[in-house]
Design a protein around this ligand. Sequence first.
Ligand SMILES: *[C@@H]1O[C@H](CO)[C@@H](O)[C@H](O)[C@H]1NC(C)=O
Ligand SMILES: *[C@@H]1O[C@H](CO)[C@@H](O)[C@H](O)[C@H]1NC(C)=O
Ligand SMILES: *[C@@H]1O[C@H](CO)[C@@H](O)[C@H](O)[C@H]1NC(C)=O
Length: 435
Amino acid sequence: MQSPLQQSLSTSIAKDPKPLYFLIPISILSLLFFLSLSSQSSSSKLSPPIDPFLFPNRLQTSQIPTFTDPNNPNPDTETSLPRPPSIAYLISGKSGDLNRIFRLLYALYHPNNQYLLHLDLTASQSDRERLALEIQNVPIFRAANNVNVVGKADFYYRKGSSPILLTLHGAAILLRISENWDWFVNLNAGDYPLVTQDDFLHILSYLPKDLNFVNHTSYIGWKESRKLRPIIVDPGLYLKDKGEVFYATQKRDLPNAYQLFTGSATAILSRKFVEFCILGTDNLPRTLLMYLTNTPSSLTNYFPTILCNSNKFNRTTVNYNLQYSSPDKEPKLEPRMLNSNDFDDMIHSGAAFATEFPSDDPILDRIDREILGRIPGQVVPGGWCLGEPANATCATWGDASVLKPGPGAKRLERRLVALLSNDAFRYSQCIVESS
Ligand SMILES: *[C@@H]1O[C@H](CO)[C@@H](O)[C@H](O)[C@H]1NC(C)=O
Ligand SMILES: *[C@@H]1O[C@H](CO)[C@@H](O)[C@H](O)[C@H]1NC(C)=O
Ligand SMILES: *[C@@H]1O[C@H](CO)[C@@H](O)[C@H](O)[C@H]1NC(C)=O
């Protein structure tokens, strides 16, 4: 059985003789083979104590090498559905964001994923402890053992370079916590999902796992003077207490040792790419880290520049982070907050996430009710929830690899098909524009 995404991708390929370099050779079967291989080789030494009801297959694959044995067919090939991927989410917030982080965690939760929560140093250590304690009190978080809180936090100055530091810190911890995740996603407390995790994992399970999603452009324009030429010093890098970002009076030239790209702070990054940034022997990630130390809002430049300057990754980059944000007609530094008037446009966009919402805005209640089917104070019900409908659906659980995608999967699929069609994909990828 072909998935809708595979079908639409192959029809969009059939219309155009130029192949998508990575999709043509990947028939659904070889994709399955690849997935079984990778899940087998990653049966982990580090893996935390997990509830066997949630992950029956993870235990099985580490015990019986099923798929090479013709008498013992792999359960994956029987159902002919690819195994769902796993996403590692880094969710960060500041003082006063505790409840927002909790709400976002509930809205994004799936036992198959990993979650790392970060309250920056403007929040107190007792807030961090409260967050960790509340997580301990949620039975499913304990059973899946997949929610963690950064104990030794960093500062987050949006206008400085500390967000890069914080993001790489989180990614390094997530690499260490679990060998099983496929993509890394960094979100802020003010972001919210527009599809259920069942929708998201279902659609991602049909994509090659080396894709990276991040907005990027080499067109610097007005941003050049405001964001790239000034020299700043971020207090988060050297002061114990909250301080002000320091602006030097002099400006500097743009680099010419590599091509700068600017884009979105939020990205969906493949595990391979995250390993390249943190563990790799190519020095560009570190060189850039040092250059951007003194650049305003530097997280928006970090991942796009590494991806597009690396011949290993430049062809894996999709020019959209799947996150809806306020249409930025005038060049403004801060994006506009979303409100109820944005609802239809936002849902129609087919994005997986949106940014940024005011705390507990009524539009979030509407997303919970109409899009996620979430009851306040509970996680979004998914295929793993086996309880009675109503408020106890997810109090009883089963196999976390069973997904029940809904209308959100269709919206996301349409958007991805448009993004990955040949013209859109190739002709918006790491293009160097003359400015
Ligand atoms: C990213 O790109 C998409 C599609 O081009 C656009 O709609 C969105 O506003 C962009 N987001 C940011 C943060 O630039
Ligand atoms: C990626 O890098 C290779 C090698 O440097 C180059 O030939 C190719 O044009 C680049 N592709 C894109 C889309 O930038
Ligand atoms: C579920 O709802 C019922 C009635 O509305 C209530 O009595 C019960 O306490 C609720 N259970 C939970 C776990 O919230």
